[in-house]
Ligand binder design. Structure first.
Ligand code: NAI
Ligand code: MG
Length: 357
């Protein structure tokens, strides 16, 4: 077996710290299972703006396209907040998603018994929660044109556009059904069909796709209700499929079911090239550079990479088991620690997970 080529884009802020941790864990896997991972590094986001004058340099994109999979940290920070739209770090993220056709963002939300006391929610609500948010990632409100400000009849006006092609809706909803058919066989399609025409078409397409999966139950839910149901009774969900921005917001909300944003991994899948794996959190400028960030979201993202891009199931399980074991042993980064618990650094957490592997 040849080496797996992994393009690593640490990005900004804690992105650097958490990707370093995930790479060390992957190296531990390589040693234990006798694999070879070849890591190549690229610039994206704020640092790319500073050093290459653009949030997504061509060299980065080329390197990613030639890799077997991409591991990304996070981008952004206050330093670039005042930049014009084309020189914002997040532009790099949106661009790589679009350029690599990473349309299917899978965000598993899983309850960890040992973290039951880290969630602000009651244990009996979050116990056994196990669902996946399938977020459309290359269309919808974050990409639609026109987008921008203009003056109309002397009045300052601004527009963003929620735009989808039928095919874009069909393929993401199909991903959700395929996933549900291997799980608990239920898809909750989340939209705002009482108001938005785009959502009414989304709903129609969901009904059409559902016909091809007779063993999977389809339920429609309005996004505002979904936000409430996630807190009221999250166990009802198996697979949630939704538009780009709705999925962005609902998944941050869902992270609280596990205790922290620092716990949620994600996979951004393409059917035409390599896929990308990243934590759902951002660059966390408030804790960046302090060796405090929770690396688990990124480490679990690398496990998803092993499973979904390389078919290394046993190796992915080994990472997930190691994370479980370390949490069960009581190791906590600050974000998931309760009063009185001993807090470990990013690096200590990584070392413990490596040791468990
Ligand atoms: P954020 O996700 O970076 O942080 C939100 C809060 O969660 C902060 O208090 C942070 O300390 C905490 N947090 C996040 N990840 C953590 C981890 N691994 N361990 C411990 N605590 C963690 O979102 P925020 O603050 O709204 O945005 C900061 C910057 O990140 C902005 O520039 C934003 O545009 C960017 N961003 C980038 C994303 C990406 O690269 N995928 C996603 C979201 C935001
Ligand atoms: Mg987000």
């Amino acid at each position: 077996m040849g080496a797996y080529r992994i393009a690593v884009l640490p990005g900004d802020g804690i992105g650097k710290e958490v990707t370093r941790g995930a790479i060390e864990v992957l190296q531990a896997i390589a040693t234990r299972f006798n694999h070879q991972f070849e890591f190549q590094y690229g610039l994206i986001g704020g640092e790319a703006i500073d050093r290459a004058g653009t949030p997504l340099p061509t060299e980065t994109l080329d390197m990613c396209r030639q890799s077997d999979a991409v591991l990304l940290g996070a981008v952004g920070g206050p330093k670039w907040d005042g930049n014009p739209p084309h020189l914002r770090p997040e532009k790099g993220l949106l661009a790589i998603r679009k350029e690599m056709n990473l349309f299917a963002n899978l965000r598993p939300v899983k309850f960890y018994a040992s973290l039951a006391d880290s969630s602000p929610l009651k244990a009996d609500i979050i116990q056994d929660v196990d669902f996946v948010i399938v977020r459309e990632l290359t269309g919808g409100l974050y990409f639609g044109k026109p987008s921008g400000r203009r003056v109309e009849n002397g009045e300052e006006t601004v527009v963003d556009t929620l735009l989808y092609k039928r095919e874009e809706m069909t393929r993401i909803i199909t991903v959700a059904f395929e996933l549900a058919s291997k799980r608990k066989k239920k898809v909750t399609s989340v939209d705002k069909a009482n108001v938005l025409e785009s959502s009414r078409m989304w709903r129609e397409i969901a009904e059409e796709v559902a016909k091809e999966f007779p063993d999977v139950e389809l339920e429609h839910m309005l996004v505002d209700n979904a936000a409430m149901q996630l807190i009221r009774y999250p166990k009802q969900f198996d697979v949630i499929v939704t538009e780009n921005m709705f999925g962005d917001i609902l998944s941050d909300e869902a992270s609280m079911l596990t205790g922290s944003l620092g716990m949620l991994p994600s996979a951004s899948l393409s059917t035409t090239g390599p896929s990308l794996y990243e934590p759902i959190h951002g660059s966390a400028p408030d804790i960046a550079g302090k060796n405090k960030a929770n690396p688990i979201a990124t480490i679990l993202s690398s496990a998803m990479m092993l499973r979904l891009s390389f078919g290394l199931h046993e190796e992915a399980n080994a990472i997930e088991r190691a994370v479980q074991q370390v949490l069960t042993s009581g190791y906590r980064t600050a974000d998931v620690a309760k009063k009185g618990q001993r807090v470990v650094s990013t690096k200590e957490m990584v070392d413990e997970i490596k040791a468990a592997i």
